[in-house]
Design a protein around this ligand. Structure first.
Ligand SMILES: Nc1ncnc2c1ncn2[C@@H]1O[C@H](COP(=O)(O)OP(=O)(O)O)[C@@H](O)[C@H]1O
Ligand SMILES: [Mg+2]
Length: 569
């Protein structure tokens, strides 16, 4: 994996990292000093019965512990500072990337999978950034210091301990392997839980209406159990580490205890050296344990960062060319020239589309569902690029236009309206954030929305809940229309804007749409043919091809697909 890439994120905070390292150094030195002091206590106070040394130690102890505590606080604070800032920057980059990616990414990746990467996987990275440096720096310093101390105190016994250490490493390394596998599984499982939860949250109404609560409960329980099982595997391995380690190391200590203890009784080894020796061994437990877990922490972070960087490396096909032209205003026409298009390779959706939409015209697209009408509309917004042929706006290929200048000129109102979990005012002003209250009210009135908004408890400042849960379909639609009016684009795409509504609210929405359409060039996709009768041009799409073009009466007289569709009604 790309350690360099991760380090790049930590680089801006390298000064704090150096401070953290200094703290770790101080901490290790103090730990060694404490072991040495235990020797002095034993020999000086308990053996030589020197009250002055005792007094000195009593005075020193709080100071030493204060230094040790400060050093540990510093390590913790500075490392967290570096890690959290690096992760914050990475998360921001991820968000910027997600915003820049085109529609094709979101067709491939479900939102819950993306969510799991940006929250859970990134946490694994953060944990590694906080845990790995102390182990590598502080813990290795402590281990080196303690081993040095052991040899200083008694090199032959030290030798026994140093031989036992690698034996300790064997089971620990095996535990680490198991942990690594389990953590990878756990990441996959938690993402399954996210997916399952997300479906429950967004499919709530469907679940309720089909009375499938129990079914969903069971489905979730399966995922939940799987995740639990993985967590249990992790716990079992994790909980084994300390006892196994203590058992093995105690065997070594017991040997030293027997011979060393006899030496103390025989008067050939001082009590202080003996105590310090045993203390030094116990001081190595935690650092060794940390080393044993280092691999699993790193492996988790590797798995996490691979998934995170995968998103950052995602190629975006839709972007501004270096010399992109700015479309100042829309003044002539939109032309589709021999456009072929497919979402997936080998599955062609549009074939040889030729359409010409003059400024000010309303051009209607009709055809059975799945024939490719929405796709044609989405192509002019350049949500996807065409495979062959070109789409020209005012004679310029839209691939050569600055994306924002193109999309600025187009307003979209479609069947499913998305509203943000914010106030009505915020939602209407989304296309013009600096709009005044008067402007907002004017468009709301024109969109037949002012009446119902004023009846709400807080009027324009009413929160409308996630996805506009508190509004009816027609009300949402009228807010979307007001939003489009305020943006005031010269080109308008209406994609079956009224087809999901009952006739009562359709009338209000239809009126609003007619107001919105005034003085604009309109691409009108309509399910109900009654709404397209007045269009300047009707284009009949059949299986991805233009089948017929003409005005209402012409097409009726022709007796082709259009007249069949019209008479079906
Ligand atoms: N994001 C997508 N990925 C793959 N196929 C798609 C996607 N969107 C639409 N399609 C397919 O393209 C065809 C045309 O869809 P669409 O343009 O939405 O039809 P219409 O609006 O006329 O009902 C359909 O066969 C549909 O399954
Ligand atoms: Mg459609």
């Amino acid at each position: 994996m790309d350690y360099k890439r991760l380090i790049k994120y930590a680089m801006p905070y390298k000064m704090r990292f150096v401070l953290a390292m200094v703290c770790m150094g101080i901490y290790s030195a103090v730990a060694a000093l404490l072991v040495y002091l235990s020797k002095i206590i034993m020999d000086g106070v308990f053996v030589d019965k020197d009250i002055k040394i005792l007094a000195l130690l009593v005075l020193c102890m709080p100071v030493i512990y204060a230094i040790k505590g400060l050093a540990d606080y510093g390590r913790c604070y500075f490392l967290n500072y570096v890690a959290q800032n690096a992760i914050k920057d990475l998360r921001q980059d991820l968000c910027v990337k997600l915003l820049s990616l085109s529609h094709s990414f979101y067709v491939k990746n479900t939102s819950s999978k993306v969510m799991s990467r940006i929250t859970n996987d990134i946490n694994a990275l953060q944990e590694a950034l906080i845990k790995v440096p102390p182990t590598i720096i502080r813990d290795s310093l402590v281990i080196i210091g303690m081993i040095g101390g052991l040899f200083y105190l008694h090199w032959r016994y030290a030798f026994i301990i140093v031989v036992v250490l690698p034996v300790l490493g064997l089971p620990l390394a095996q535990f680490a392997r198991k942990l690594k596998k389990a953590s990878k599984d756990s990441m996959v499982q938690i993402s399954e839980i996210y997916t399952s939860l997300q479906e429950i949250l967004s499919g709530f109404s469907v679940i309720k209406s089909f009375c499938k609560e129990e079914h969903e409960e069971k489905r979730f329980a399966v995922n939940n159990k799987e995740y639990y099982n993985v967590q249990q595997r992790i716990t079992r391995v994790d909980a084994r580490t300390t006892p196994v380690m203590e058992f093995l190391s105690m065997t070594g200590v017991a040997v030293v205890l027997w011979f060393g203890g006899k030496d103390v009784i025989d008067g050939v080894w001082t009590l202080g050296d003996f105590t310090a020796f045993i203390l030094a061994i116990t001081q190595m437990y935690q650092p060794i344990k940390n080393f044993a877990q280092l691999n699993s922490t790193i492996q988790k972070a590797v798995a996490g960062s691979e998934r995170v960087f995968e998103i950052l490396d995602e190629k975006n096909s839709i972007y501004d060319l270096p010399n992109a032209k700015v479309l100042d205003s829309f003044s002539k026409d939109i032309v589709y020239k021999n456009v072929n298009f497919s979402y997936e390779k080998g599955k062609q959706i549009l074939r040889g589309i030729n359409i010409d939409i003059k400024k000010g015209q309303t051009v209607a697209f009709v055809g059975s569902s799945g024939s490719g009408k929405s796709t044609i509309a989405n192509l002019v917004l350049r949500f996807y690029d065409v495979d062959n042929g070109e789409i020209l706006v005012d004679g310029i290929n839209i691939k050569d236009l600055k994306l924002s200048s193109l999309r600025d000129k187009i307003g979209v109102v479609s069947q499913d309206v998305f509203l943000f979990n914010d106030t009505i005012k915020y939602n209407i002003s989304y296309g013009k954030m600096d709009a005044t209250d008067e402007e907002i009210e004017t468009v709301a009135k024109a969109a037949n929305a002012h009446k119902f908004i004023s009846k709400m408890p807080k009027g324009y400042n009413t929160l409308i809940g996630e996805r506009g849960m508190k509004l009816s379909g027609g009300e949402k639609q009228r807010i979307a229309i007001a939003r489009a009016m305020l943006k005031n684009p010269p080109i308008l795409v209406l994609d079956e804007a009224t087809s999901a509504l009952d006739s009562e609210s359709e009338k209000l929405v239809q009126e609003a749409i007619e107001t919105l359409m005034k003085n604009r060039t309109v691409i009108l996709i309509a399910h109900r043919l009654s709404t397209v009768i007045n269009a300047d041009k009707i284009v009949v799409i059949d299986k991805g091809c233009v089948a017929e073009v003409g005005k209402h009466q012409e097409l009726l007289d022709k007796g082709g697909i259009y007249s069949k569709l019209y008479n079906l009604k």
